[in-house]
Design a protein around this ligand. Structure first.
Ligand code: F6R
Length: 253
């Protein structure tokens, strides 16, 4: 696993954009797996700038997002579809028909999870998957559990995730209790993983994920099983314990 500790969030975002940009140059028709949340905002802004300058193009790119809240339609400003359009898709030259997310309005979980898995399979899988990490170690919405998920699932959000995500809502009561999420098996099958994490509150879980036991209690720990595919960029705050306790295993930029 290549773990790069950047000085700042801005540097982390630029390096992540270098890696994703290189992916698009090497394979212009890449299938990108994308994430929402605060971590990728700088990366998406960089990608949009680079696209506007003509350095990269999304015209042949297809995307599959990790997750979507159950019960929210794409025009709801708290939906992940809305987030992705606002922060990336509306700012780059991607074709609307090449954008894919789980359909949060489909109440038939069996049908929706099967549809999303079939869609990902029909695209030939994910070439590069972007991942953030929750403070409880979740990736996508795969929360700590006694088993790892394989394909797309409908997941009950943990209290810690509801609390963490309530910052985007008027109150924690408004945070949806369920989400559709790509499964850990699908994430592991991606050609490459681009992992990003920033901020002090991620330092402990990042160390656990990369150097603790591989366990479904820390879903991100699964990445230890595919070290050759993982490129992790963290800022100095999130990487603090890595630099302190595992200096040999990280590259400090
Ligand atoms: C979002 C997602 C989540 C986030 C994680 C970190 O699509 O998959 O796993 O990556 O909750 O969120 P932030 O970046 O807001 O700290």
């Amino acid at each position: 696993m290549k773990i790069y500790v950047c000085k700042t969030y801005e540097e982390m975002s630029k390096k992540a954009a270098d890696v994703m940009g290189a992916q698009l140059i090497l394979k212009p028709d890449s299938v990108l797996g994308l994430a929402t949340g605060s971590s990728p905002l700088g990366l998406y802004s960089e990608l949009a700038d680079r696209c506007a300058r003509g350095e990269i193009t999304f015209k042949d790119v297809k995307t599959v997002n990790l997750d979507e809240y159950c019960g929210l339609s794409p025009d709801n400003d708290q939906s992940y579809s809305y987030f992705m359009h606002k922060n990336l898709f509306n700012k780059v030259d991607i074709l609307p028909e090449n954008v894919n997310l789980p359909d949060g309005t489909n109440a038939d979980a069996a049908a929706e999870t099967a549809r999303y898995d079939a869609l990902i399979a029909s695209l030939g899988g994910v070439d590069m998957q972007l991942l953030g990490i929750g403070v409880d170690g979740h990736i996508g919405f795969n929360e700590p559990d006694d088993h790892f998920t394989t394909g797309t699932v409908r997941i009950a959000l943990t209290e810690s995730t509801i609390e963490a995500n309530s910052r985007f809502f008027a109150s924690s009561d408004e945070v949806p209790r369920y989400a559709y999420s790509m499964g850990c098996g699908t994430i592991l099958n991606a050609g490459k993983i681009l992992f990003i994490a920033n901020g002090k509150n991620k330092a402990e879980i990042v160390e656990k994920a990369f150097f603790g036991p591989v366990t479904p209690q820390v879903p991100a720990s699964l990445l230890q099983l595919i070290p050759d595919k993982v490129y992790a960029f963290v800022d100095a705050e999130a990487g603090e314990l890595l630099v302190k306790n595992h200096p040999e295993d990280v590259i400090v930029l």
